[in-house]
Write a protein that binds this ligand. Structure first.
Ligand code: GLN
Length: 274
């Protein structure tokens, strides 16, 4: 009897195994179905397949609008990063001061906006290797030249909110040991340097402080304005990602290093400078 029971047991197990197998092969079976579902699968993959860059497209030659499209040096770089990753680049325009918050709350995979690597920002985000060196410039009106820190005393100075130019001037004006402290100098913040330079032309400002290439861009397009180096602090631009996103940061660095080695970034700058 025991023998019969064990034979039955073995048979049942064998049957279970067999059905198990056949069930498995059934799930594998819809290979064809899978193929049919491919577009759906690809659609959801596509969503993952985007690489989202946040920028402030009011900073030529690094990023600016050409019609409805955002173009510029950073966009060219980002396209290369996306290409190396096999992803599709999406570029979003936002105020400069909102770029890091967008990276922090995962709206953006990375921020690229001619952004200077600073110790303060490094507390919030991780930066790539540096890909451009810059320095602050003063934009002045040719008929009322304001070219040095000394000249800025008691003057109205326009800056772009949240930028290194803003920080430098605000510190000089507000800190007790600042060069412009108690001089009557006033800082006015703008969304972008173009708006600030309109106010400069209209006589509502005496000077605008902004990064070198955007300053040159503005001046090259306006014969009433001139620009000159301000201070002696060299700045390095980096692309920022959420802290700890090493995988993306490594890919960004690999692409940046390749572009630097190939002299491409210089080329991008030349292409976008007018
Ligand atoms: N390099 C400056 C900064 O990081 C300005 C950048 C910008 O205005 N897009 O603050």
């Amino acid at each position: 009897m025991k023998k019969i029971i064990s034979i039955l047991l073995i048979m049942t197990m064998a049957f279970a195994l067999l059905t198990g197998c056949s069930t498995e092969s059934k799930t594998e079976q819809p290979a064809e179905n899978n193929a049919n579902q491919a577009p759906v699968a690809e659609e959801s993959k596509d969503e993952d397949n985007t690489l989202v860059m946040y920028t402030n497209a009011e900073f030529p030659p690094f990023e600016y609008f050409e019609g409805e499209n955002i173009v510029g040096v950073d966009v060219d770089i980002a396209n290369e990063i996306a290409k190396d990753l096999g992803k599709e680049l999406v570029v979003e325009h936002i105020d400069f001061s909102s770029i890091i918050p967008a990276v922090l709350n995962d709206k953006a995979d990375f921020g690229a906006a001619g952004m200077t690597i600073t110790a303060e920002r490094q507390e919030q985000v991780d930066f790539s290797i540096s890909y451009v060196e810059s320095i602050q410039h003063i934009i002045y009106k040719k008929d009322a030249e304001v070219k040095t820190m000394e000249d800025l005393k008691g003057k109205k100075i326009g800056v772009q909110l949240g930028t290194t130019g803003d920080l430098a001037i605000s510190d000089a004006v507000n800190l007790e040991d600042g060069d412009l402290y108690n001089s009557g100098a006033e800082v006015k913040t703008y969304k972008n340097a173009l708006e600030a330079s309109q106010d400069l032309l209209a006589g509502r400002l005496d000077a605008v402080v902004i990064d070198k290439l955007p300053a040159e861009e503005i001046v090259n397009n306006n014969e009433d304005l001139g620009t000159v180096v301000f201070g002696d602090i060299s700045e390095a631009y980096g692309i920022c990602v959420k802290k700890g996103n090493e995988e993306l940061l490594n890919s960004i660095n690999t692409t940046l290093q390749r572009l630097l080695d190939e002299g491409k970034i210089e080329e991008f700058i030349a292409n976008h400078s007018k």
